[in-house]
Write a protein that binds this ligand. Structure first.
Ligand code: FES
Length: 257
């Protein structure tokens, strides 16, 4: 006989959302069809709370919705102008920290960073100086290439390789602006990385950092993942198929490129 977990209520922007013990704020919202933006979190991997795009406010304190446990009667601020502005700045900084050349990137159209920028209404990443770091491309492996220029340090490949593939192909190396994804060997070819690893699947790398060779540009423009629906649509469509994804603060003076 199974016992159903006792549900409780949290309040997201004043709206009641049902949750069960063990769920995070994001889990509860996902189930209710409420999308909270995210980049480092993805279904199937342990959340690590590093990108902070999922920032919400609980009792006046900013927390990561992907790691913050839901608790009875929690009052969560999610779609406010202030939080929307935080999220936009975090996404802008990711563009400034790396070398993201969307028009020539193979991941364009299925890139979660690009899709997030569109969703949040960012058209020009001109608020901060471009750091233009010099980062290596590791093309040593016959089937996989690693382009650190596009990496946003979400750690999804690290967790996928470690927790799903049981391999530890990837790890963080360095600190601060020098932090990057390294591999467990002299280069990718010297590791036990395999094209069939979960870490190399299109579900894991949210940008165009892990590249599957010989498979580029497999979807024509117009038929790519985010050409048809904005990021988060699969969650929002559980509730309102025609959800207005612009949010209360989604329209500012910027224009989509
Ligand atoms: Fe929550 Fe990245 S999705 S911190």
């Amino acid at each position: 006989m199974t016992t159903k977990a006792k549900t409780f209520t949290i309040y997201v922007d004043g709206e009641a959302v049902q949750a069960v013990p063990g769920q995070t704020i994001m889990d509860a919202c996902d189930e209710a069809g409420g999308y909270i933006p995210r980049l480092c979190d993805v279904e199937g991997l342990v959340p690590q709370g590093s990108c902070r795009i999922c920032t919400v406010k609980v009792n006046g304190r900013t927390v990561a919705a992907c790691t913050q446990p839901a608790e009875p009667d929690l009052q969560v601020e999610h779609e406010t102008r202030e939080i929307h502005s935080y999220r936009k700045d975090l996404v802008r900084m990711l563009f400034h920290e790396g070398n993201h050349l969307c028009p020539i990137c193979e991941a364009s159209g299925r890139c979660e960073l690009q899709a997030m920028a569109y969703r949040l209404g960012i058209s020009q990443a001109t608020k901060y100086p471009y750091l233009q770091p010099v980062r290596p491309v590791d093309a040593s492996h016959p089937d996989i290439a690693l382009d650190n220029n596009r990496c946003i340090l979400c750690g999804r490949c690290i967790r996928a390789s470690r927790d799903v593939d049981g391999k530890n192909v990837f790890e963080y190396i360095g600190r601060g602006i020098d932090k990057h994804i390294g591999v467990n060997g002299a280069n990718l070819a010297a590791t036990d990385a395999d094209i069939d690893d979960y870490a190399m699947s299109l579900d894991v790398c949210p940008v165009g950092c892990i590249i599957r060779k010989k498979e580029g540009f497999f979807n024509p423009v117009g038929d790519r993942q985010f050409d048809r629906h904005p990021i988060g649509w699969e969650i929002e469509s559980k509730r309102i198929p025609t959800t207005d994804i612009s949010g209360p603060a989604g329209s500012d003076q910027e224009v989509k490129p």
